[in-house]
Design a protein around this ligand. Structure first.
Ligand code: THU
Length: 132
């Protein structure tokens, strides 16, 4: 992936993180998905007094993407946590990314800020995905 694209996604995820609704955990997360045709959708975590009704940032972004008619992801950036312990996507979100990933080679970018980010492939962080 081009560095310019990586930085664009990290920035979009950081901006989305500012919208996080996280009064219970106070853990703010943002995500930005890049579709195969170059469109970016962002999302934040949205918590609920009934904790299980919480939606992660990654799924907010992906559900926005799908509801706008796009179904192929070529990269996703997640912004959250600290440089030492960035916000890796949870297991449920990995499964949801996998549903819409163009391939196992797509980039999953984990960032705590614009200077501190790491790239992984989806296969690296989510091997042997469940598929029907
Ligand atoms: N969270 C995300 O938004 N994405 C993840 O992949 C992990 C967890 C959110 C959910 C909850 O609002 C907060 O982080 C603490 O778990």
């Amino acid at each position: 992936m081009e560095k310019e694209t990586v930085l664009k996604l990290v920035k979009a995820a950081m901006e989305a993180r500012e919208k996080a609704y996280a009064p219970y955990s106070n853990y703010h997360v943002g995500a930005a998905v890049l579709t195969t045709d170059g469109t970016v959708f962002t999302g934040c975590n949205v918590e609920n007094a009934s904790y299980g009704a919480t939606n992660c940032a990654e799924r907010t972004a992906i559900f926005k993407m799908v509801s706008e008619g796009y179904t192929k992801i070529s990269a996703i950036a997640i912004a959250g946590g600290t440089a030492e312990a960035p916000a890796f996507p949870c297991g449920v979100c990995r499964q949801v990314v996998s549903e819409f990933a163009e391939s196992g080679d797509i980039s999953v970018i984990v960032a705590s800020d614009e200077e501190n980010y790491k790239l992984f492939t989806l296969d690296e962080i989510f091997p042997f995905a469940f598929m029907l």
